[in-house]
Design a protein around this ligand. Structure first.
Ligand code: FPP
Length: 282
């Protein structure tokens, strides 16, 4: 957080929002569905790929800002298992952009101590993309700052299928299949995100009210922030505004408000007695 305030200019919109943030209550993990590149391009009569290209600049800014804030993890949805349905030239353009991003950003990732981890079914990606991803993952593996998860050929359902299959495979290998017990902890430990805290905040740009098969298990208690802004227009100020709104939410994880002092919320065992249950409520 201190690092971010050092690079902002006092009085500018992003500085004004940043100074409202409580540094002790920042989300540990932010996840983003980066949507709206195509619409951004269409509004300008550009080919769709130029929308994705403009989206790469937002990726750079958001990654840098999250690292300067000191977040533990940022997960970006770059390509879903469903995105293969897009025209071939768009998909090939996305791979080119991804390789370009990885090459150009490596020095910045190193300077900001960011560890890059690609999550998804990487084995189905073109060989060159896999090579570039593994090279950047290897070179950033010892960085201890923020973890940047890039979800590529990712699907929340396929992730769960892969996790269960890995558990079955391991149990078979170790001869424990009969005693294999499926638990929440067991599943979480076999997800692509094993060891990373669940997202506290899920941001979706361009206004759609869907989770689109993203981190289905991990977002169980995430706060959702949806903005009409298209991804290429999503800037540092809006990221900070999303975090500000997150800090104004009350997270209950299925419990009650911590501030509740109402006597109606206090134990009242007599209300569980049989006659009391028959009392009319109104
Ligand atoms: C959704 O917009 C965006 C994508 C499917 C790809 C996201 C890719 C980038 C931001 C650039 C490359 C990524 C990295 C990490 C370097 P859309 O095409 O669905 O937009 P639309 O809904 O307006 O058509």
């Amino acid at each position: 957080m201190k690092e971010l305030l050092q690079v902002l200019t006092p009085g500018e919109p992003d500085w004004l929002v940043a100074t409202q943030l409580d540094p002790k209550r920042l989300p540990a993990h932010v996840a983003i569905i980066m949507d709206g590149n195509g619409r951004w391009a269409r509004q300008r009569n550009y080919p769709r790929i130029l929308g994705h290209k403009a989206g790469v600049n937002s990726v750079r800014k958001v990654v840098e800002t999250c690292a300067q804030l000191g977040l533990e993890a940022l997960t970006l949805y770059a390509f879903s298992v469903e995105n293969w349905k897009r025209p071939r030239h768009e998909i090939e353009g996305l791979w080119r952009l991804l390789r370009f991003y990885l090459k150009r950003e490596l020095p910045n990732l190193m300077r900001n101590d960011i560890q890059l981890v690609a999550i998804g079914r990487l084995e189905s990606l073109p060989a060159g993309v896999q090579e570039e991803l593994h090279s950047v993952m290897d070179q950033t593996a010892c960085n201890r700052g923020m973890r940047l998860n890039l979800a590529i050929n990712y699907g929340g359902r396929t992730e769960l299928v892969d996790a269960v299959n890995t558990m079955l495979y391991n149990a078979r290998l170790e001869g424990n299949l009969d005693s294999l017990e499926i638990t929440e902890e067991g599943i979480a430990a076999h997800l692509y995100t094993a060891g990373v805290k669940d997202p506290d905040l899920l941001i979706r740009t361009s206004g759609e009210l869907r989770v689109s098969n993203f981190l289905l298990w991990q977002i169980a208690y995430a706060e959702l922030y949806v903005t009409e802004t298209l991804w290429p227009d999503f800037n540092r100020t809006e990221l900070l505004e999303a975090i500000c709104e997150y800090q104004n939410r009350e997270r209950r994880f299925g419990g009650l408000a911590r501030t509740s002092t109402s006597s109606l919320d206090q134990p009242a065992s007599f209300l569980l007695e049989e006659e009391a249950l028959e009392l009319p409520l109104a």
